[in-house]
Design a protein around this ligand. Structure first.
Ligand code: XMP
Length: 507
């Protein structure tokens, strides 16, 4: 394991992604949750300190004990991590002129960390503090060409700091640098792969749940929950009570599709149509977080009812993945952006103990795991669909009418993308409706109808996203089909904002 200690930047997970892609297992731990004894227990082969938004010289700034330097482990500090290491080894950090974006650095001589780098390279910077001087015995390895700031340093032979972000794609040789740190400095071997993980996860679930207990396995038909269910089924056999709840917020034809897909995987779910109940509970609710909490609450009620029907049910297995955990603010130091219903939205007094076999995996890793488990491509490659379903694609109150609009318009978006052969190359594609209206003319008559926003995004893991540059004629086809096939709509817009600042779903 490589331990990534997070100082609050979302970059920590990007570092983790790169390390895992290089075949080395990594875990992200918030700095506040890490102590010398947790590290000694985990026995990582190397430690990476992430970036973060603070300044090391401010009182109460995130820090880490200097035991981290005394473990004899290779350490790589990135950005804030670099500044922290500089300070801990006798250097000085000050407010500087700031370097943002592509920056040219000069590498001053050979070092294993910079193997394969030229004398000058482009890197990605994002900082306003800088390391003004290093402590005694600390070697400067690279400097920024324009500012002369210290871009990389080395203390002893295994402790490194880099001011730039090697985990970001714009640092052209960033992956090379991370690989050098792992394989040349820390000398770990690339033995980790998602494909080898299935058996381990099955074993974990089996050993966590006592033999006399049963577990509810909540499935939605998406890749995460289906993968978690296949693992739980293998681990528990008939003690896995697979439940598929229709909350009335599903896409067109989805309930039927999901049921038949789950059956073909041998999961035979208990099907509960609770549409009325969810829609009743959502009546009058307009606040986004409130909506998510309501959906979470009704889900929990239904699970509880299933659980009371059999006293040996004591567990709930869910397909929560890493980004859900992070964005719900379940991780210390991260801000709560949205309560993903399956993390923050579930009440604590559920009365069931929750198991999340995929909570350390990223989406594309789950997809590869799914394929390795024999889950068909039609599920493994499905776009993510949020737990609260169309409730988060309807802005404002969830009404039958707006649901119908979001459902039919979304179907058109997905259909046209499939037809254009683009479905698999985007992360998500859907339509959103709110309460705003637009005046139109339909068949020579004035029509005052809904505005539908189409959102199609590209993303690696849902943490950041870019809008898809779809061909104009495809956008045109989508827009004209929506206005002609969904009579309540007179205007279609296309969302062209990245995440951040927008999130992917509107609610
Ligand atoms: P946002 O909208 O936060 O979404 O940019 C990031 C990714 O997460 C999905 N999402 C959810 N998934 N329960 C889920 O299981 C939720 O409540 C939820 N909210 C958002 C979203 O579809 C996107 O892929």
């Amino acid at each position: 394991t490589v331990l990534i200690i997070s100082f609050g930047g979302q970059y920590a997970h990007m570092i983790s992604r790169r390390v895992r892609d290089l075949g080395v297992y990594s875990e992200v731990v918030p700095y506040a949750a890490v102590s010398q004894s947790t590290v000694e227990e985990l026995r990582p082969r190397a430690i990476i300190l992430s970036g973060g938004p603070s300044s090391v010289y401010e009182p109460g700034a995130p820090a880490i004990g200097d035991w981290v330097l005394k473990l004899g482990l290779p350490v790589l500090g990135i950005c804030y991590g670099h500044q922290l290491l500089a300070e801990m080894t006798g250097g000085r950090v000050e407010r500087g002129q700031g370097e943002y974006g592509r920056t040219r650095v000069t590498v001053d001589g050979p070092d294993p960390l910079f193997d394969g780098w030229g004398r000058e390279e482009d890197v990605w910077m994002s900082h306003s503090d800088y390391v003004a001087s290093v402590g005694p015995g600390v070697k400067v390895l690279a400097t920024s060409k324009d500012t002369g700031y210290i871009a990389a340093m080395k203390a002893g032979d295994k402790i490194y700091g880099v001011q730039f972000h090697p985990e970001v794609r714009h640092t052209e040789k960033g992956v090379k640098l991370i690989a050098n740190f792992l394989f040349k400095v820390a000398k770990v071997r690339p033995t980790w792969s998602v494909e080898g993980l299935a058996e381990k996860l099955v074993e974990q679930v089996r050993s966590q749940i006592p033999r006399e207990d049963k577990a509810i396995v909540a499935v939605s038909g998406g890749v995460d929950s289906t993968t978690a269910a296949v693992i739980a089924k293998r681990a528990l056999g008939d003690r896995a009570v697979v439940v598929f709840i229709n909350h009335g917020l599903l896409r067109e034809g989805e309930a039927e599709e999901v049921l038949s897909a789950l059956k073909s995987l041998g999961l035979n779910p208990i099907y509960i149509d609770a549409s009325d109940r969810f829609l009743r509970a959502l009546k009058g609710v307009t606040d986004p977080e409130q909506k998510r909490l309501v959906v979470g609450k009704v889900f929990a009620e239904v699970f509880k009812e299933v659980a009371t029907s059999d006293s040996s049910i004591r567990w709930l297995v869910q397909g929560t993945t890493y980004p859900d955990v992070i964005e719900s603010g379940a991780e210390a130091g991260a801000d709560r952006i949205k309560s993903h219903h399956n993390v923050g939205g579930l009440p604590r007094d559920l009365g069931l103990r929750v198991i999340e076999p995929l909570r350390y995996l990223y989406k594309d890793e789950v997809r590869r795991l799914a394929l390795s488990l024999g889950i068909p491509e039609s599920i493994a490659m499905r776009h993510p669909f949020p737990g609260p379903g169309l409730a988060v694609r309807v802005i404002g109150e969830v009404t039958e009418e707006k649901l119908r609009i979001a459902r039919r318009a979304s179907m058109i978006v997905e259909e046209e993308l499939r037809r254009a052969g683009l479905y698999n190359s985007v992360w998500q594609a859907f339509a959103v409706v709110g309460d705003d209206k637009w005046v139109g003319v339909k068949g020579d008559r004035r029509a005052f109808g809904y505005i539908v926003t189409v959102r199609v995004v590209e993303s690696e893991d849902g943490m950041t996203a870019d809008w898809a540059r779809l061909p104009y004629d495809l956008l045109q086809r989508i827009a004209s089909r929506i206005t002609s096939e969904v009579p309540e709509v007179v205007m279609v817009t296309y969302a062209v904002t990245t995440k951040p600042p927008s999130t992917i779903e509107p609610v």
